[in-house]
Design a protein around this ligand. Structure first.
Ligand SMILES: [Zn+2]
Length: 161
């Protein structure tokens, strides 16, 4: 099974090429040189998507839309910027996955904003959902109250918050 990850950003390809070049240019004085494993951003994203239950059903695209992650709620398409630090990719995927669920439940960003306004809005709930999925890092809030935790878990389950 392959995730629907499409590389559209040349920056990612350039970064991979740079890493590969650096690796091959390393001194080869010993016969026991350690192998350098070059992991592409697409592979890191693919691995992260695989770790979030259900997330494969969305379309994940490597592209910089101005933030580490951005989701088109009406289409279920997620854009992950290739500049996202490797240590943050999984938590960003968790957050954006909640946005995908919000879009599916409410049909679009405006309805989602209205439907989740009473528990802090779509960003807070995306962070709370990300935390419920195990995120250690979030951008919009560090702490979720009981109502927000409950709402985020309903959204993850495909129900209105
Ligand atoms: Zn968000």
């Amino acid at each position: 099974m392959f995730a629907k990850i499409v590389a559209v950003a040349t920056a990612a390809a350039a970064a991979v090429t740079l890493s590969a070049t650096t690796a091959s240019a390393a001194p080869r004085k010993t016969t026991k040189a350690k192998a350098v494993k070059v992991v592409s951003f697409e592979q890191r994203l693919n691995d992260a998507v695989n770790r979030v239950p259900g997330a494969r059903s969305a379309t994940w695209i490597v592209a910089d839309k101005g933030a580490w992650g951005a989701t088109d709620l009406s289409r279920g398409v997620v854009y992950i910027a290739p500049r996202t630090p490797a240590t943050r990719i999984l938590d960003v995927v968790r957050h954006e996955w909640v946005h995908v669920q919000q879009g599916r439940i409410y049909g679009g960003i405006d309805a989602a904003r209205a439907g989740l306004a009473h528990v802090g809005g779509i960003e807070i709930i995306a962070d709370c959902g990300a935390k419920a999925l195990g995120a250690k890092w979030t951008h919009y809030t560090k702490r979720c109250n009981a109502a927000q935790v409950s709402a985020s878990k309903r959204v993850l389950a495909g129900q209105p918050g």
